[in-house]
Design a protein around this ligand. Structure first.
Ligand code: PEP
Length: 259
């Protein structure tokens, strides 16, 4: 079976303040991560900076992601960006981020529609799933995450599922400075992988990359990168600091080399 390439994606959210700063950050990340060759690295700047950042990273191995996509193909959706518009600009599309679920009312059904649009356009979705703290405390986190995976991958064609990356991001760990425990992330990610297996078979379950996200730093990454079945990280705050982001990428590479 083919080995999954480790993967670190940086979600810049609504940062930095200007397109010029986004270009400068992208250049700094290219320089800082130049050694981390075993790891695939993606950055997701704000949509308005995508073209400028694409040009800034063109000569590097760093790939580009968008933070969201519209669930419809085209039409009267003011402010929307369709998957087809992103073709040729980005490789990855983040879908189902908990901030989008929370702030823009994305339901599981809408996340599913976005994910399928992305796949149909030849893009690679990074599907975010993760539970609230009450769900974790009630002991139902794995079951909840399996349900999100099942809903998001509904009606995805067998041949397309392995192009999805799943990021397990417990909501209570995002931006709080309190990451999950590595062992909990490992078991929930194993449950998500098992669900992919139920839906698409063992080979696809093996092929799908699984990331951990939630307050990952250069310090905390080792706890996750060394867990079997965790292929890297989706990084928010720490992806805005090139050296810190590079530390995370390097740690993921080292963990893979040791595995
Ligand atoms: C995220 O928003 O995807 C994320 C993981 O954020 P942070 O690393 O800041 O917790």
């Amino acid at each position: 079976m083919r080995h999954r390439r480790p993967f670190v994606a940086g979600n810049w959210k609504m940062n930095p303040a200007t397109v010029a700063e986004a270009v400068a950050l992208a250049r700094a990340i290219v320089l800082a991560t130049a050694q981390a060759r075993v790891v695939e690295i993606a950055i997701a700047p704000p949509a308005v900076a995508l073209l400028a950042v694409r040009d800034a990273i063109a000569a590097s191995d760093v790939t580009l992601a968008v933070q969201d996509v519209h669930e419809h193909e085209k039409g009267a959706y003011t402010g929307g960006i369709s998957a087809a518009m992103l073709r040729g600009i980005v490789t990855y599309v983040i879908v189902g981020h908990s901030e989008v679920r929370r702030d823009r009312g994305d339901t599981d059904a809408r996340v599913n529609a976005k994910l399928r649009r992305a796949l149909d356009a030849g893009l690679r979705p990074i599907l975010c799933v993760g539970e609230m703290l009450e769900v974790r405390h009630s002991g139902r986190a794995d079951e909840f995450v399996r349900g999100q995976v099942r809903a998001a991958l509904s009606d995805v064609a067998m041949g397309q599922a392995s192009r999805v990356t799943i990021a397990y991001e417990p909501i209570w760990a995002i931006g709080t400075g309190v990451p999950a425990h590595g062992e909990d992330a490992r078991t929930t990610i194993a449950a998500a992988r098992e669900e992919v297996g139920v839906l698409f078979g063992a080979a696809t379950a093996h092929a799908v990359r699984m990331l951990y996200g939630g307050s990952v730093t250069g310090e905390s990454i080792a706890e996750f990168a060394e867990q079997p079945g965790i292929d890297g990280a989706l990084v928010g705050g720490a992806s805005l600091v090139s050296d810190e982001f590079a530390r995370i990428c390097a740690a993921v590479g080292v963990a893979r080399t040791r595995a």
